[in-house]
Design a protein around this ligand. Sequence first.
Ligand code: CO
Length: 264
Amino acid sequence: MPEKAVLVVSFGTSHLDTLEKTIVPIEGDIAAALPDRTLRRAFTSGMILRKLERRDGLHIDNVPQALERLAGEGVRDVTVQPTHIMNGEEYDKLLAQAEPFRGQFGRLAIGRPLLSTEEDYRETAQALLEVLPERESGTALLFMGHGTEHFANSAYCQLEYLLHDLGRTDVLVGTVEGYPGFGEALRRLAERPEVRRMVLYPLMVVAGDHAKNDLAGPEPDSWRSQLEAKGYEVSCVLSGLGEYPGIRRVFVRHALEAAEDGAK
Ligand code: CO
């Protein structure tokens, strides 16, 4: 019977190809860093959990189910590590869902999402620079974040600002649902008439619906199509952040910090 567990919590995805390339390696790296803990998975998106169950007959626990199961197995010490990017709605939901289980474990520690401290932003920016092409005149790189009404949305601007401070003013960040949106990205591009080529990337852990459709899809309203219509030469790199080893290192460090001091 396992004494200790690490529960890796993701928003989730119904795209099994990106699941294998992003969430699975994050879970694997965290499990390897915490070899005395049994690894478990949970997703926070009810919509995705229902879709996987209905379409694939695949059951994945939500957070309360996973914690209930661990408590029932007699696990006493649980580290929960989210793969969320920001301290936003999904992370708040995770904290709220985990709280009632606190009394059922000797220790329940919850790690931070990707972007919390300044160190996190620096490591994340470095992780991106490890995989981005060198700066090239006439080319700009545009990341698509999700965006949220939650105040954590300011994370996108902070990350872009830091990338610019690191000398990469050719990298822009826009979001699907928050600020800065695609319109702001277009306006800032218009200030750079020398830019003719764009490389688009998802700024999301998985490269699912938003990446495949809203970013790179063939419909006229995708970012790719809209930029092409404006005359840019566009290419898309459909890798979720979970595919980047440097990003996984940040999640691993957060899991280790939570496992070690049991904070929160
Ligand atoms: Co969405």
